[in-house]
Structure formats: C-alpha cells, structure tokens
Design a protein around this ligand. Structure first.
Ligand SMILES: Nc1ncnc2c1ncn2[C@@H]1O[C@H](COP(=O)(O)OP(=O)(O)O)[C@@H](O)[C@H]1O
Ligand SMILES: [Mg+2]
Length: 270
C-alpha cells in the first residue's frame, strides 16, 4: 500500500512503511536544561516532552523567560540538554559529535530567527543558497533557487544585499534559506518580532501557505496570539514547563485565543 507524501510542492508515492518511519520529524522526551546565573542555576526547561508530527504547524507560546528559545535551541541541537532525549527524523541528537550535529542540522532543520541573521555582504540569493554551497551541493542550489525565489516573491530582489531589503523581505530571504536544503522541519524563533504588524502577519500567512501547500513541518515560537492563531496546534509554556497543548481551530480569532491563553497561564482561583 502506498501513502501520498506532499513535499517541496511535488507529490510522490512512497511505500507506507517509509511514510510511517518518517512520520514523526521531532520528539523531545523529558528534556531539561539549566543555566548558571551568578551563584545559582536557572532551570530554563524542566522535563519537557513534545512530539511534532509530519506536516504539522505548531506554535509554542509563553511569556518572556518561559523557556521557549531554550526549547527551540534544544530541538535544533544548538543546545544539548542535561537530561532527556531529542530525536529528529529518527536520529538521537545525543549520539552525534558536535561536527556531525552541525552537518545533520544543516540538512534536516531549517532555522529562522527574529533578527533574520543574514550575512550582510552577501546578496539575497547568495544568503539563500549558502547552506547548500557550504556542502558543495551547487547543482542542487541551482535547481532549487529559482522556484524558491518565485514562490517567496523575491525574484526581483535576488541581487540585493540585506541592507537594501525591507524587514519583511529579509525575513522571506531567511525563510527561503531555511527551506533550500528541504529540511525535515522548520523552527522559527519569534520570526515576526522585528517586524511591523502588517509585515509580521504577511510572514505568518506565508508560513501557513507553506504548511498548506507543501505540508512543511513548522514550529514557531512566539509570545503573540496574533502569530499563534496561524498554527494548527498551540503548546503553552510557563516557567520552563509545558502547561497544555490544544488545537487552535477551536478559536475563531487571535483575541479568543488570547483570552484562553490568559486563562491557562493565570487561572483565576476558585
Ligand atoms: N545562555 C543563558 N545563560 C543563562 N541563562 C539563560 C540563558 N539562556 C536562557 N537563560 C534563562 O533561561 C530562562 C528561559 O529563557 P529563554 O529560553 O530565553 O525564554 P524565552 O525565549 O521564553 O524568553 C530565562 O530565565 C533566561 O534568563
Ligand atoms: Mg526567546
């Protein structure tokens, strides 16, 4: 029996066994991470478990300091947890050396940050293709670049450097860069945090479209209900722990989601 997988805008038949094997791009199991702050330690995430299914669009929401970025860094293998396990696309990250982890991350995980993190001396297209060029995969970069520029509306801006692009365009370049290696999942940390509200909503719409059209697996960290409402599922964090996890489809708009979020993080004592 075959299972239909939609990826990179292309539909292809793959054996069901393979589809099942790749169904969970990310599992975090009982992860804990502490940081030293002066004489004491702060537990940034505590016993956090989370699974992201293939093709899901998930928002992780919580107040500043709740551990969202730490969790995202642990999921990306940018930070190694002290306890627990992180499995990405079937590979336990703890089993990889730092060098192999860097290589693995470049292939499997697309990263998008609040500050875009583009290289200022490179053009938009050079920034986008860099993850493949570093590995000498120039042919693949050549094949994928034009369709990606086209899909993200960047064709006319391809030879511009970041300082000649608007914030929204820079973030679209960063999203294109996150997709060029066709990763198992895309992780975005406050991707609209440096943008005005219109540009921010446009970035959310783009992520939603990539999720719908290409079944991209996307995790967005945010503290804004107006961003989280674009996802299908919302995970709420407080003080380093996951409080709850629910479908956003239960809420008609960002305001309704915000009210529920407040009820969850600050329950009124009865
Ligand atoms: N590199 C670090 N060194 C020390 N403390 C850190 C470090 N990174 C995060 N923390 C602490 O961990 C907690 C969670 O931080 P963070 O994951 O950045 O939260 P969020 O992204 O939700 O704002 C905070 O108390 C923060 O001060
Ligand atoms: Mg953060």
């Amino acid at each position: 029996m075959a299972h239909l997988v939609v990826n990179s805008g292309q539909r292809m038949e793959v054996p069901l066994s393979q589809a099942i094997a790749t169904r969970t791009p990310m599992t975090v199991d009982a992860a804990t991470k502490r940081f030293r702050q002066g004489d004491s330690f702060v537990e940034a995430i505590k016993d956090v478990s989370l699974s992201i299914e293939d093709g899901e669009f998930v928002a992780i929401m919580g107040a500043s300091g709740s551990g969202k970025s730490t969790l995202l860094h642990v999921m990306a293998g940018l930070t190694r947890p002290e306890g627990g396990r992180v499995v990405v696309d079937g590979t336990d990250l703890a089993a990889l050396s730092d060098a192999r982890l860097t290589y693995f991350r470049r292939r499997k995980i697309g990263l998008v940050f609040q500050a875009f993190n583009l290289i200022p001396t490179l053009t938009a297209e050079e920034n986008i293709t860099l993850p493949l060029l570093i590995e000498g995969r120039d042919d693949l970069a050549g094949q994928r670049l034009d369709p990606l520029l086209d899909r993200l509306g960047l064709t006319a801006r391809r030879r511009h450097r970041p300082d000649a692009l608007s914030g929204g365009e820079q973030q679209r370049v960063a999203i294109a860069r996150s997709l060029i290696a066709d990763p198992a999942l895309v992780l975005a940390d406050e991707p609209t945090g440096s943008l005005d509200s219109v540009s921010g909503q446009n970035i959310c719409r783009l992520l939603r479209e990539l999720s719908d059209e290409q079944r991209r697996t996307i995790v967005v960290v945010t503290h804004e209900p107006s961003v989280a409402i674009w996802a299908e599922r919302m995970v709420v964090m407080k003080d380093g722990r996951i409080l709850t996890d629910f479908p956003t489809t239960d809420f008609k708009d960002a305001q309704a989601l915000a009210i529920h979020y407040q009820d969850v993080v600050n329950p009124v004592p009865c």
